[in-house]
Design a protein around this ligand. Structure first.
Ligand SMILES: Nc1ncnc2c1ncn2[C@@H]1O[C@H](COP(=O)(O)OP(=O)(O)OP(=O)(O)O)[C@@H](O)[C@H]1O
Length: 292
């Protein structure tokens, strides 16, 4: 379990994180979602023990990452760039990683390189952007660390490599008892993968969402009316979209009053649609996270 307790951090007098608090359960994927500058990278760097918070604490499996640094071998931070690795070759990096992560599995590392058709020699900087992203994950999962923190793992990658990377992450989580944190502003990707979402907004936790129950808490309804779309619905309900006489409305599951408003105007169509995470974000956060 990762426990983030009341973490606050300023950088150059700028309040980056403000009393941030949440837990990551073992064996789960937690998505950290927020706009550019919300503090996602800073948060992941603090959790992995790279930078210290001004106040607050981070516990990894009940050990404080700053006062018991040996716990760091169980945490890997994968930045969104491989710049730090560019001087190394694919072979040399193994030695470096083995020093930091004593459980690094060299056989697994080379097997994965083969599986993804990497050459086993050459400099890391020669890899393409997509290969670098995949390579960083191969390295991270070869450490056998129990906690892997991924900063925007698919940012700027094409659809094919993105799919390959997300599939790889999902397989690793299914096969190993690892806990993953993924920062992203791609809600649609997190929706498919995450068990738990932490929404960061201007350095604070705006909300936490459990994917399992989330979709049971809301209903997305498409309605169409014979004549014009009722002003009452537009004014008093969460209308996700409206085009002429047809609209899509988000209701909380137990919102009988909202349902009564929709039905009061005798819709000619009233149909429940599949709900996406983005629908809920748009409503809960006023559309501000609609960034993908
Ligand atoms: N080393 C630094 N020097 C100055 N400001 C910093 C530094 N690191 C972070 N910040 C500031 O802290 C805030 C949060 O940055 P952070 O990178 O954690 O956000 P983020 O949510 O990861 O953003 P992005 O999605 O753009 O990567 C930003 O306003 C950023 O300018």
């Amino acid at each position: 379990m990762i426990e983030v307790k009341n973490v606050t951090k300023s950088i150059h007098k700028n309040d980056v994180l403000n009393h941030v608090q949440f837990n990551v359960r073992p064996g789960t994927i937690t998505g950290v979602v927020g706009r550019n500058g919300a503090g996602k990278t800073t948060l992941l760097r603090i959790i992995s023990g790279i930078i210290k918070p001004d106040s607050g604490e981070v516990f990894i499996a009940n050990e404080n990452i700053f006062s018991q640094p040996r716990v760091k071998r169980d945490v890997v931070f994968v930045p969104d760039s491989t710049d730090a690795l560019k001087a190394y070759s694919i072979k040399e990096i193994v030695k470096f990683y083995k020093e930091v992560y004593p459980n690094f599995d060299e056989t697994y590392y080379f097997d994965l390189l083969e599986k993804f058709q990497f050459k086993k020699s050459g400099k890391i900087k020669q890899l393409s952007k997509g290969q670098k992203a995949l390579f960083s994950l191969i390295l991270a999962f070869s450490t056998n660390a129990k906690y892997i923190l991924l900063d925007e793992p698919t940012d700027g990658l094409d659809v094919i490599i993105k799919r390959e990377i997300l599939k790889f992450i999902a397989e690793e989580v299914a096969n190993k008892e690892v806990s993953i944190m993924i920062s992203s502003h791609r809600l649609d990707e997190l929706e498919k993968m995450a068990d738990h979402i932490v929404v960061l907004k201007e350095g604070t936790v705006n909300s936490e969402l459990e994917m399992e129950t989330l979709k049971e808490d809301y209903r997305k309804i498409q309605v169409a009316y014979q004549e014009q779309f009722p002003e009452d619905v537009l004014q008093n309900l969460e209308v996700l979209s409206q085009n002429g006489r047809v609209g899509v409305v988000l209701l909380e599951a137990d919102d009988a009053e909202g349902e009564a408003i929709l039905k009061n105007y005798e819709p000619i169509l009233y149909e429940e649609l599949p709900l996406s995470l983005e629908d809920i974000f748009v409503t809960k956060l006023g559309g501000e996270l609609y960034v993908s």
